[in-house]
Ligand binder design. Structure first.
Ligand code: FES
Ligand code: FE2
Length: 371
């Protein structure tokens, strides 16, 4: 039987990918003298800044008896566990002191490590690298190293503004991500008089191409049925506005809009917190409306509205997902979601076999849908 027109059953696997950088906390919430709790991929973390302001991330559990470390005394360099006072270097987790040891007890404390993670600050967020889990029984290991620097937002001029938005969503990371790349929900979820109405639905055609670890919606002129784009074209006095949207594993959606010398760039991530909980963080940089006093607020308002509409939708969707319904993906509107699952599977397969990752797309593809 031809597979033509048959919707495809697709269950999300909710697998959380290790070996990648993840956004942990907005940088303005991480302070010098107080540790912040955060969770990434079900790993409890204690995040703070050392004396010089550099961010660090430790597993929020003492290697002695599992006591959370976030409430411990911190001198700007070493963190003291509140239970028996063991002290750890916050950057590599190495044990510095065990107060109960007597002078003649020769325990090699330098071989003891509390969990610690590579940590970087980028575009207003503290990023933490979550390595692949080590072999079972390896308890006293040094922190893993990240294989690459944390992702950055692409910028096209020296001066720009930066803002972020964040929202928790009670669904697994897969639903968060496929919701992000789903073109068909727009007219139903994101209605607003200043954006577009349901009656503006029309047929669209977009070109996609494979990129390492993901896919790109090739540079195109954004749909003319939205008022802000019309405004932007007028303002920038640009003949053309082009938008490029990339998705890359594990969870990165970057979008750039360029109109003459003006640009807008965003990096959105959907981060797995628990198996059934994720968080969306949108960070945007732009040089459009930079000197208009209410420009950033307006932009933030528009984005906040979108994010809230998505968050609310997923909150309601979570109700439906509680009972494990069968789900399906259809062509072409859900093809990006299919690629996401295929990329994830290919990534895991390559890791498993140690071979190269086989990209699910063999070349450029044109998709059509109505939205
Ligand atoms: S539990 Fe941390 S020092 Fe004992
Ligand atoms: Fe949306």
């Amino acid at each position: 039987m031809p597979e033509l027109d048959l919707p495809q059953r697709q269950a999300t696997d909710a697998v959380m990918l290790t070996g990648f950088w993840y956004r942990a906390l907005p940088a303005d919430r991480v302070h010098r003298h107080r540790l912040q709790k955060a969770t990434l991929l079900e790993i409890p973390l204690a995040i703070g800044r050392d004396r010089s302001g550099q961010a660090f991330a430790m597993r929020d559990a003492c290697p002695h008896r599992g006591m959370p470390l976030n409430g411990g005394k911190f001198d700007g360099e070493n963190l003291e566990c509140p239970y028996h006072g063991w002290q750890f270097d916050v950057h590599n987790g190495q044990c510095q002191l065990i107060p109960s040891l007597t002078a003649d007890q020769k325990l090699r404390i330098d071989r003891i490590y509390a969990g610690s993670y590579p940590c970087e600050e980028q575009d207003g967020f503290v990023w933490v690298f979550i390595p692949d889990p080590g072999p079972a029984g390896a308890g006293f290991t040094k922190p893993a190293e990240a294989c690459e620097p944390a992702p950055v937002i692409e910028k096209f001029s020296e001066k720009y503004r930066l803002a972020y938005l964040t929202a928790d969503m009670p669904v697994n990371v897969d639903h968060g991500i496929i919701g992000l790349m789903d073109p068909a929900h727009g007219p139903f979820v994101h209605q607003a008089w200043w954006w577009r109405t349901r009656h503006s639905i029309h047929e669209k055609q977009k070109h996609f191409e494979p990129i390492p670890n993901g896919f790109r919606m090739s540079a195109h002129t954004p749909s003319s049925n939205s008022a802000p784009y019309k405004l932007l074209r007028l303002y920038a006095e640009a003949d053309s506005i082009t938008t490029t949207i990339d998705f890359r594993l594990p969870n990165l959606r970057s979008e750039t809009i360029r109109a003459g010398k003006y640009w807008f760039s965003s990096l959105t991530t959907v981060t797995p917190i628990f198996r059934n909980h994720c968080r969306i963080d949108v960070v945007a940089a732009w040089n459009i409306f930079r000197w208009v006093p209410f420009g950033p607020e307006l932009l933030k308002f528009v984005f906040a509205k979108f994010v809230e509409q998505d968050r609310r939708t997923m909150e309601i969707q979570a109700e439906g997902l509680k009972h494990n319904p069968h789900l399906m993906l259809i062509d072409d509107a859900d093809r990006p979601a299919k690629w996401y699952f295929q990329l994830k599977a290919a990534h895991l397969e390559a890791k498993h076999t140690g071979g190269e990752m086989k990209h699910p797309m063999s070349g450029p593809v044109t998709l059509k849908w109505r939205s």
